[in-house]
Design a binder for this molecule. Structure first.
Ligand code: CP
Length: 299
């Protein structure tokens, strides 16, 4: 693995090996150190989990960690991304972690990325969020080892979700038994890489092993595609009644950030089925595993 643009950069065996390594790291009291590795994080969209999780992961591995905030960089003075990236390369940055609103930003990035610099996509437009999909799968794997037997449901604004897009590709790679995408018709895509699409929430939730709700991506929804949020709440918000349709031991997931009372009720988000904070915790170890693989690939 040279770069991680999406889960399609990986084979199933590499995914399983990354998950194994993340579980190993989670069980350790002290971690391997890579003190000469310079990691730079550059986020053109807001973030709490992904940005801090990469920072904690890099620091756990003893890397030198920098972050550059675009609003305070020379891009505010007219510099363009490719010049920013060339500048970082000239300074000897080894690993770039980039979040960007463009779907296929890596096509641009790779034209200027020095051969020695590795790239990790920390979320690109509506297209991909590979480390989120991997940490979600790690969380599922900590409860269920037989992927073929699982019914996983993603509920909400699927159309605008890079989390859903990457998860669909990863589910295909790992052979998840049944993957169902559900939500309002307006926010369902016509096709997905893997799984089926329905606007019948009750049918989707029936007998589910895992239900992952997704945030309404207001920033990506144009005026013509807005829904009435109180109607959305009535029909699609994950509440205790809807959850009763799923298996008694169903896992409730959310990639965050959550909008309580919009796509998920607090009693579900904080209830005993929820593993939302485990997703966050696992994210640190999964990202450590990814960083380690890319560092080893450069050695
Ligand atoms: N899940 C996720 O990407 O969260 P942040 O936007 O807070 O990084």
């Amino acid at each position: 693995m040279q770069h991680l643009d999406d889960v399609t950069s990986l084979e199933a065996s590499q995914v399983l090996s990354l998950l194994d390594r993340a579980f190993e790291l989670k069980a350790l009291d002290s971690y391997p150190k890579y003190p000469i590795v310079k990691v730079l994080s550059l986020f053109y969209e807001k973030s709490t989990r992904t940005s801090l999780s990469f920072e904690v992961a890099a620091k756990n591995l003893g890397c030198v960690f920098f972050s550059l905030c675009p609003e305070r960089s020379s891009e505010a003075k007219g510099e363009v991304l490719i010049d920013t990236l060339s500048t970082l390369g000239a300074m000897g940055v080894d690993l770039l972690i980039l979040r960007h609103p463009e779907n296929h930003i890596f096509k641009t990035v790779r034209t200027v990325l020095p051969s020695s610099m590795r790239y990790i996509n920390a979320g690109s437009g509506m297209h991909a969020h590979p480390t989120q999909a991997l940490l979600d799968m790690m969380t599922i794997a900590s409860y269920h080892q037989n992927f073929e037997a699982l019914k996983i449901v993603l509920l909400g604004d699927i159309l605008h979700s890079r989390v859903a897009a990457s998860f669909s590709r990863l589910a295909k790679l790992l052979g998840i038994g049944e993957l169902v995408f559900t939500g309002p018709k307006e926010w369902l895509p016509e096709t997905v890489a893997y799984g089926r699409i329905t606007d019948d929430v009750s049918e989707a939730l029936d007998d589910a092993d895992v239900v992952m709700t997704l945030r309404v991506q207001k920033e990506r929804i144009d005026a013509s595609n807005q829904l009435n949020l109180s109607q959305y709440h009535n029909d699609y918000c994950l509440n205790v009644d809807k959850l009763r349709l799923a298996k008694p031991n169903v896992l409730v997931m959310h990639p965050g950030p959550m909008n309580r009372g919009v796509e998920i009720e607090s009693d579900v988000a904080d209830g005993h089925h929820a593993c939302i904070l485990e997703q966050v915790e696992n994210g640190v170890f999964l990202r450590m595993a990814v960083l380690e693989r890319l560092i080893q690939a450069s050695a």
